[in-house]
Design a protein around this ligand. Structure first.
Ligand SMILES: Cc1ncc(COP(=O)(O)O)c(C=O)c1O
Length: 416
């Protein structure tokens, strides 16, 4: 099949040989329900909105379009805290022998639990959102955190982490090398624990717990769609950096809807498209992308796939896309200036790329083959996750006010 592939946007259907699928169970409805139960114990917990963009759905020629808006998560402007907070709870549960179902926010932050666990320092590497979630959770639970950020990270994002008492620095390293640095530093600290969304040999518990924690947003969205009278989404587009979020969302829906699960497409930033490249190679092995990974989609700038996420995606995702920065900028503007009657959503660079991609494949005749390959039509009920709000407000205004990345380099999709 001659699917649209060019330097800017690329797509491949999933032709990767299946594995034994041993990781799917971490996203079982039962495991994810336990994570949701834990998250509910935080005073800040509220179900984030599932916004239905009815007029845009009609415009794009699909039945319905739902957007899970994670800018409202715990007042932190991104979904990421769901993973770090749950992983810390699971770690403390393992240390203390208290089942996580009995560990809520109150008991975790109590002096008795703190005395049992002792002072722990949680180390991590981050583009911003994950580190903010770790720093916030550690602070709430009376623990310490150390956060390492890659070169090019924004000072605003660094300050947003530092305000929770974390030791946070921007390093002259890319994301993957920051993970290595955080790991080395955690190992050298007798009270150090690495909380990373990236698994490697001998390090799988914490990344798996992080993914189960992300499941909260999928479970909420599933329930919200059902409450709205929509049985389940026919299509989901989910963005990926290391692929933990994508693995979590795809894994939850694959577990819940089994044989008739939605057609799910993973969307990455072109300069960091390690999952797309792994899928394209189609031999089951993971491809690493090295170098600066320059993209405005800071949260997606990861060159190495999380093997746990990859294992779920290779078995259950339908397609993989790699997108240029202008698609994310376009998504931000579509969300920010909606059609009359639709609600506005504030979506940052990593949050908005799936909207830009959906718009492009539905509207640009050059992408007709992708649209057909994914079976998108007037009956489709599509779910997107806007994973962050304007976590970098200056960049956000540059995109919206100054039209940064406004020029589409190809295609003449009509504005109706
Ligand atoms: C806003 C946002 N969206 C999506 C992602 C991608 O998540 P993952 O790295 O698990 O693929 C990130 C990761 O940091 C992020 O910050």
């Amino acid at each position: 099949m001659n699917l649209t592939n060019n330097e800017e946007a690329q797509f491949t259907l999933n032709n990767v040989p299946e594995s034994a699928d041993n990781w799917l169970n971490i996203m079982s409805v039962e495991n994810v329900s336990e994570a949701l139960q834990f998250h509910k114990s935080f005073p800040e917990y509220k179900v984030t909105p599932l916004t239905k963009l009815e007029n845009l759905a009609g415009y794009l020629g699909i039945d319905s379009l739902y957007v899970k808006d994670e800018s409202f998560r715990f007042g932190l402007n991104a979904f990421k805290v769901l993973g770090g907070s749950y992983a810390i709870a699971k770690y403390i549960s393992k240390q203390t022998g208290i089942p996580v179902s009995e560990l809520d926010y109150i008991s975790l932050s109590s002096p008795e639990t703190q005395a049992k666990v002792g002072q722990t320092t949680f180390y991590t590497a981050t583009d911003g959102n994950h580190g903010r979630g770790i720093a916030w959770s550690a602070n709430k639970l009376g623990q310490k955190s150390v956060v390492r950020m890659p070169h090019g990270s924004s000072e605003i994002r660094r300050r947003n982490i530092a305000k929770y008492g974390a030791d946070v620095t921007i390093e002259d390293l890319n994301y993957d090398d920051c993970v290595k640095l955080a790991n080395d530093q955690a190992k050298a600290d007798p009270k150090g624990v690495l909380v990373q969304d990236q698994a490697f040999r001998g390090y799988t518990d914490i990344p798996a717990w992080i993914m189960t924690g992300y499941g909260t947003l999928a479970l909420e969205a599933d329930r919200q769609m059902i409450a709205d009278g929509c049985d389940y989404p026919t299509h989901i587009f989910v963005q990926a950096g290391v692929g933990s979020l994508a693995g979590a969302v795809v894994g939850y829906f694959a577990n819940k809807y089994k044989d008739h699960h939605p057609t799910m497409c993973v969307v990455e930033a072109g300069p960091a498209n390690c999952i797309f490249r792994s899928a394209k190679k189609a031999d089951g092995k993971m491809v690493r992308v090295r170098g600066k990974l320059d993209t405005i989609m800071a949260g997606l700038a990861c060159g190495q796939v999380n093997p746990i996420g990859w294992d779920i995606l290779r078995n259950h995702a339908a397609g993989f896309a790699s997108c240029p920065d202008w698609m994310s900028a376009m998504g931000t503007r579509i969300y920010g200036v909606p059609l009359d009657g639709d609600k506005r959503i504030i979506s940052g660079e990593s949050g908005s790329v799936t909207m830009g991609y959906l718009w492009t494949i539905m509207m640009d005749p050059d992408f007709k083959d992708v649209k057909e390959a994914l079976g998108l039509n007037e009956k489709s009920r599509v779910l997107l996750v806007s994973t962050e709000g304007n976590t970098d407000p200056v960049r956000f205004r540059e995109v919206v006010w100054n039209g940064l990345y406004g020029i589409r380099h190809r295609g003449e999709a009509p504005i109706k």
